[in-house]
Ligand binder design. Structure first.
Ligand code: ADP
Ligand code: ADP
Ligand code: ZN
Length: 219
């Protein structure tokens, strides 16, 4: 199964992609996580991407397209994947279609998580992650069951992204509306776009996604 999860920053793409990964045995490909790993490693891509990401802007299509192409060629993608954070421009969407067509593959579904801007700011400002296992949390909507301890791995260290500030969120939302939202009509025109209400609770969003995915024709 090959999926794209679309939606603005903070819509819940990462949260849901991790759940679908387990349920369907496919891999989550989160381009933001890949870029953060490049930044942490101080690689040439990381050096180019760091300031752009901190400003809440988009890293160049050329970098992202090359990165994605190398990633989906890896063997763990053979059973399928969930793209989280890619494509983010029409150019990336076109490159993805071309790359899949070359391997005689296609997307099975493109699903948009719909969340309004005011809710996104709250979600992003409260987001944090376990440093050890990567489990995602939220100050209000998903605090650890025991404060300061990761539910999943028992770790005690957490991180917040440098771009998850109220100021940067505004820039990221502008980038989403100007550069990423035009992907929606691109996919709608070929009848591949479905939308899910992302304003409801996490479990209800998962239920809605599973209802769509379980209906997809096998293959
Ligand atoms: P969020 O999940 O909050 O939307 P991501 O982790 O997906 O954020 O992305 C973080 C940052 O990484 C983006 O603001 C952008 O700078 C960069 N980035 C990630 N994916 C892409 C992409 N496909 N194209 C361009 N830039 C990207
Ligand atoms: P994205 O990957 O789209 O940027 P995340 O999955 O990281 O979004 O979610 C952003 C923040 O909002 C996280 O702190 C997460 O715990 C929280 N969150 C995700 N889905 C929901 C939801 N349906 N209701 C409330 N909070 C949510
Ligand atoms: Zn953990």
């Amino acid at each position: 199964m090959r999926l794209v999860l679309l939606g603005p920053p903070g819509a819940g793409k990462g949260t849901q992609a991790k759940r679908l990964e387990q349920r369907y045995g496919i891999v989550q490909i989160a381009t933001g996580d890949m870029l953060r790993a490049e930044v942490a490693a101080g690689s040439p891509i990381g050096l180019k991407a760091k300031a752009v990401m901190e400003a809440g802007q988009l890293v160049s299509d050329a970098i992202l397209i090359a990165m994605l192409e190398a990633r989906i060629a890896r063997p763990d993608c053979a059973r399928g994947f969930i793209l989280d954070g890619f494509p983010r421009t029409v150019k990336q969407a076109e490159a993805l279609d071309a790359m899949l067509a070359q391997h005689r593959m296609r997307l099975d579904a493109v699903i948009e998580l719909q969340v309004n801007d005011a809710a996104l700011v709250e979600r992003i400002a409260g987001r944090f992650t376990c440093k050890t296992c990567g489990e995602g949390y939220h100050d209000t909507f998903k605090p650890p069951k025991t404060a300061g301890t990761c539910d999943r791995c028992g770790g005690h260290e957490f991180t917040r992204r440098p771009d998850d500030t109220r100021e940067t969120v505004a820039a990221r939302l502008v980038a989403y509306h100007n550069q990423t939202a035009p992907i929606l009509p691109y996919y709608a025109a070929t009848g591949r776009l479905m939308s899910v209400d992302g304003m409801v609770e996490m479990d209800q969003v998962t239920t809605a996604l599973v209802a769509i995915l379980d209906q997809l024709p096998a293959g």
